[in-house]
Design a protein around this ligand. Structure first.
Ligand SMILES: [Zn+2]
Length: 306
């Protein structure tokens, strides 16, 4: 029996993950590259092909930050060091001679949650990706919302503090400088607390959000304050976002969200606490149900055929 495989690629600020996905949403082959090792994105198709060996596929779906679905370009991605406009679809179509679709990594995640995960029963929902940056994949009327120019969902660059933390986009106080993996780590240096001096976090040379969650679990008060600060800020802004978009649910996705029920619950509490009465109890805050799979690869592949 002939099986129809799609190559799904998730380009992130730290890793590029890819895999072959069959029609049942199963990843049959997976690989990855360090983003920092890919100096020239024009060579990415070749680098991926080397790892795929003799596997065959019929189409390609790419999820990447700051992507323009319409132009097929990655435009000014602050977390990728590849320059201004990267014609990534052109690179892949020229190399593999196969139809290629590009979308925001958060849109790819949203399609993945819709087809295989937590958003199966929703037609209006927002997936919030909490990785190197913060992105949003917005579903309206059962479809991904691309916006007029193909770049909707840059929720991470909503400016939440005047003269706040500097952001990779060149402005200050963007939400992702607080609520993302990078933002949480920045909080170690930037938050002040009487509990800070004794925190084990200060002894780590390259702390990660996982270190922060772990220290909080082990009773470190400063780590606990960072987790709470992150959840509070995120919940507050989800409550605001709900006011003008009225979604059924937010689905938390990616690195930070993987830290489970406790973090989700805190974000949910702050969302419900700040939300307009009209929406009270009507907007769910859920965790991704795709953590056990590589959801971003699945999503990118699903988007290629969606
Ligand atoms: Zn920004």
């Amino acid at each position: 029996m002939q099986t129809d495989f799609t190559l799904g690629i998730d380009i992130g600020g730290t890793n590029i993950a890819f895999g072959l996905v069959n029609n049942n949403g199963e990843i049959v082959y997976e690989g990855n590259l360090k983003t920092s090792e890919v100096r020239n994105p024009a060579l990415l198709p070749e680098l991926i092909e080397e790892k795929l060996k003799d596997h065959h596929f019929n189409n390609i779906g790419i999820g990447a930050p700051s992507s323009n679905t319409f132009s097929g370009m990655i435009e000014n991605a602050p977390n990728l060091k590849w320059g201004v406009n990267i014609p990534i679809v052109e690179y892949f179509e020229n190399y593999f001679k196969l139809p290629t679709k590009l979308t925001n990594d958060a849109n790819a995640a949203a399609v993945g949650e819709k087809l295989f995960g937590a958003a199966k029963d929703f037609s209006e929902f927002v997936v919030i990706t909490l990785g190197t940056g913060l992105g949003a994949g917005i579903f309206i009327n059962d479809k991904v919302f691309d916006g007029k120019f193909g770049t909707a969902g840059e929720f991470g660059h909503v400016m939440v503090e005047k003269e706040g933390r500097p952001c990779g986009c060149g402005r200050k106080g963007c939400l992702e400088t607080y609520c993302s993996a990078t933002g949480m780590v920045k909080s170690i240096a930037l938050l002040s607390s009487p509990n800070k001096d004794t925190s084990p976090l200060l002894t780590l040379t390259c702390p990660t959000p996982q270190d922060i969650f772990k220290a909080a679990e082990n009773g470190d008060q400063f780590a606990e304050e960072i987790v709470e600060f992150t959840a509070e800020k995120l919940g507050y802004w989800l409550a605001n976002f709900a006011c003008f978009s009225n979604p059924e649910a937010f689905v938390l996705f990616g690195g930070i969200a993987k830290n489970g029920e406790n973090f989700r619950q805190r974000v949910d509490n702050y969302t419900q606490k700040n939300i307009l009465n009209l929406y009270q109890g009507k907007v769910k805050v859920l965790s991704s149900e795709l953590h056990h799979k590589n959801a971003a690869i699945l999503g990118a592949a699903a988007y290629a055929k969606y």
